[in-house]
Design a protein around this ligand. Sequence first.
Ligand code: BES
Ligand code: MN
Ligand code: ZN
Length: 494
Amino acid sequence: MNPITLPALTRVKAAPAKTDVVIAALTGDTDSTVAHVPASVGKGYERKFGQSIEEMAATLGAKPKLGQVTVVPGLNRQRLVLVGLGSADPSPRSVRKAAGAAARAVVGMKEVRTVTVALPADEPELLRAVVEGTLLGHYAYAPVTAEPEDQPALDFSVVSTVADKEIVEQARIVAQAQLVAREWVNLPPNLLYPESFAGAAEDLLKGRKVKVEVLDEGDLVSGGFGGHMAVGGGSSQLPRLVRMSYAPPRASAHLVLVGKGITFDSGGLNLKPGESMSTMRSDMAGAAAVIAATNAIAELGLKVRVTAYGCLAENLPSDTAFRPSDVLTIYGGKTVENYNTDAEGRLVLADGLARGSEDQPDLIVDVATLTGAAMVALGTQIFGVFSDSDEVAERVLGAAESAGEEAWRLPMGEWSAKALESKVADLKSGGGRWGGASIAASFLRSFVDEKIDWAHLDIAPAGFNEGSADGEIPVGGTGVAVRTLVEIARSMQA
Ligand code: BES
Ligand code: MN
Ligand code: ZN
């Protein structure tokens, strides 16, 4: 598994004269467009090309629409990458998007080594967003091939008067974590399965002040993790539970993270139809986010204790697979009537949430590509937030906002718990067609100690991009929720 290597990136006070590419902003509307290029780039431009940069841009069809990229010839054989910032004042969100789109455009260019990023970055939050956007947009999943191509390394200079080294360093740590999550999501399921995923988590966290324990099938059986064994029992690649613990001195609070890590979700005996199965290697995006965020939190040295669980299993049909109507015993003893083998994520999460409750944290957050219903409700870019506490929901939405990720709260409702009543076990794992994301959330809540605050992030809507790239978001694995989780931890610091 390839480790993620970031391109070189440094902050510079002013645009260097020698650089292969300059990335600059285009603002305004179609009638009055302004190109915000560094002085060295604009000087002498009209003399050489007989028209202003804006005129040249217009000739080439440039529009200041947010994230739209136009490549314009610059002086001294430079290329000028103009990226739309829209008509509003620059915001962290808009510059992250623009930087991402521009960086992606540069990756495909020939004979480019040095890239100057001259986007609005003269405030700490803007600088952070430009750095994140650049690094996130630069990422591309490399094909598995007999003869890997050696991509020449790029060297980015981000122009900003903000002299705080920490900002760039922190943005780099967070972006790298998000890229690790993306890479894991993109890996094919024959290469990333529970055992290899657990190994990759161990490798990532090596050298970090994080204790990693991996429970294998023997530990899971003897520990009573019936959700994992049921869901993962149909595959010869047996399940794993990865427990990570970061406990810095003088931590102000304790956060437990639980991630759904279904390395492939075929649906099990309730087999999915072909098209819906094709992207189900992404069904471990929650665990990827949780593990990568834990790494970032430890690397940032946040003064918050974090205990994270990656609930890893492969959901396949076979003669050892669990069945609809099986009754399972979840960690801690509660029994569940299995509604549908395709509702597998909640079963491994139930084990993780029950185990995480024993750690007695201040807050538990789980992250999961849990329901198609959340996707029907929210589309493909906004993830769902569930909590039975308004305060916790606000904290999570606030963290998403600071992180520049789009989230929306969805209701739990008493009706959703009713749908889970069972005649043959303590509860059923699902029921009915309507409100499926809320029913799943209610199911999860019943495995968390009532006294512990809890939120559930349903990232089925935003974990995997089947459409086209958009700003910092590429096609395929997105690494969504990593930044929000880091911000949640940050918000719990004293
Ligand atoms: N992994 C899927 C949810 C999913 C769907 C994620 C689309 C990403 C994109 C989950 O395990 C699942 O199959 N959920 C079922 C639940 C149902 C059987 C109660 C669903 O949403 O249909
Ligand atoms: Mn499923
Ligand atoms: Zn699933």
